[in-house]
Each structure stands twice: as C-alpha cells, then as structure tokens.
Design a protein around this ligand. Structure first.
Ligand SMILES: O=C(O)CCC(=O)C(=O)O
Length: 249
C-alpha cells in the first residue's frame, strides 16, 4: 500500500520532497496516556544528555548500527502505529513495513538538539509525534555539516542560516523522508521562546491546527516531548544473537 490520500493532502508544499504535517494526529487522552507511560518508565531508561534527556525503545543500536530484534511495547504501538500509521501507509515502503525503533526526547525550555542528520542506520523516513507543547524544528543546508565538525561548533551553528522552520504543535505528526531526510540537517535551538512566527517564516503555517494560537508571533517554551519512529535496516534475530555477539550458534 502506498501513502494515503490523507497523507498526500498533508504535504508541506514549500519543502523539498517530502515532508508531511498533520495537526491533532492523536487525541488529548492519547497524549496524556503516552506522557504517563513515559514518566512511569524506570529511571535507568532515561539517558541524561547535556541539553535534553532521552529514552530508547526497544534498545540502543549496536556499534554496527544493528537492532537486536525485540517488539516495541504496546503503548508505543497502539494507537500510533496500529492503526494510525498503517492507515496512512507511512511505512508501507520501508523494509519491515513498520517502525521498529523509537527515540523519546524531552526538552525543557532552553534545551534543544544540535543540527544533525539521522544517518544510514535507518530507512530514510522519520515519523515524529509531538507531546506537551509546541516547538520549532529548524532545517539547515548540509554544508553546515563540516562547520559543525570543526572549530567552535556552537558559535558556527549560531551563525548558520536556517533554511526552513517547521512548527510542531502538541499531538501533531511530522513525517520527513527522501531528500528532506538525506539532503538536510535538522535541529532545535536552545531557546526559552520561539519567535518570529508567521506565514512567511513557518513553512507549515497553512497546515497548523490552531494558527490563531500563534497569531501573537511568539510563545514561551514549555516541556515538549517527541516520539521519533524509525525503521532500523539491520535487525539481528534472536537465533543469530549469540553468533552476532561472538559466540557459537
Ligand atoms: O525532537 C525532535 O523533534 C527531533 C529529534 C531528533 O532530531 C532526533 O531524534 O534525531
């Protein structure tokens, strides 16, 4: 099954191929339920990074970018993957025809993520469900990559030109794939407010669920959590795991 007409209608037309934005992808009850499950995860599930904290489900990838085969927990599967992703045909063309990996990032006001690309471990498609509060995702040209790698990375990033800005409302879905996935970097600025919001600066402005809510042109950040669903290309089945870890089959 290819992507559905509903997803086609959600395409952000001012962006390269392809990005899709659907407001109110999940209900408030579904958002509450996800936030509850995330907050009830045992503390060791969290990796505290310097500018955000992170949960990785079902597990981190190995050094060779391999996922040890394990099912995602039901609360990350229902209702987001089944039935919602499947109805939209989001992962219909990916190797496992479904996501097998989820990163959960939590950003407090002032926190963010440096411009980066998601890399070759994954099929080039990421589906992001946002919870809790809005945030702006910045899209950078890839030339920034070498600038980030050498010298004073943070200063260079601050000076770098953002090419596109995508506003992600709580409960929304953002899908990026293809050229949008491989040809650009993405990041979230470490700010306590997102400003200069309007039809000229936000490329999904016409697709927002509550455009009026941003009519003042800015908002103070609050804690925002994202679920990024991906399909890891290399999966080691349990039968092969011993061999994989260096043992005998
Ligand atoms: O939180 C987000 O929306 C972006 C997360 C991200 O860039 C990543 O997980 O690679």
């Amino acid at each position: 099954m290819a992507i559905s007409e509903k997803l086609q209608a959600a395409r952000i037309v001012s962006l390269p191929n392809d990005a899709y934005y659907i407001p109110n992808f999940i209900t408030e009850e579904e958002e509450d339920q996800l936030l509850r499950k995330i907050s009830h995860a045992p503390l060791p599930r969290w990796t505290q990074l310097s500018h955000r904290r992170l949960q990785t489900w079902p597990s981190s990838l190995t050094k060779t970018n391999t996922l040890l085969s394990a099912a995602l927990p039901p609360w990350l599967t229902y209702p987001v993957i089944e039935p919602k992703f499947t109805e939209l045909g989001i992962f219909a063309e990916s190797p496992h025809a479904a996501p097998n990996h989820v990163l959960i990032n939590e950003y407090r006001p002032g926190q963010g993520i440096m411009p980066h690309e998601d890399g070759p471990a994954y099929y080039p498609l990421v589906a992001t469900v946002s919870l809790g509060a809005p945030i702006v995702l910045d899209i950078y040209d890839k030339e920034l990559e070498s600038a980030v790698e050498d010298g004073d990375a943070r200063e260079r990033v601050d000076r770098a030109q953002v090419r596109y800005r995508i506003l992600q409302e709580p409960r929304s879905l953002l899908v990026t794939r293809g050229e949008m996935y491989t040809g650009y970097l993405h990041g979230i600025a470490e700010k306590v407010a997102d400003e200069d919001l309007g039809p000229e600066t936000i490329c999904n402005w016409d697709l927002l669920g509550v455009r009026d809510g941003f009519a003042r042109g800015s908002y103070e950040r609050a804690t925002r959590t994202s679920l990024t669903y991906r399909d890891v290309l290399k999966v080691a089945k349990m039968g092969n795991t011993l061999k994989f870890l260096g043992g005998k089959k």
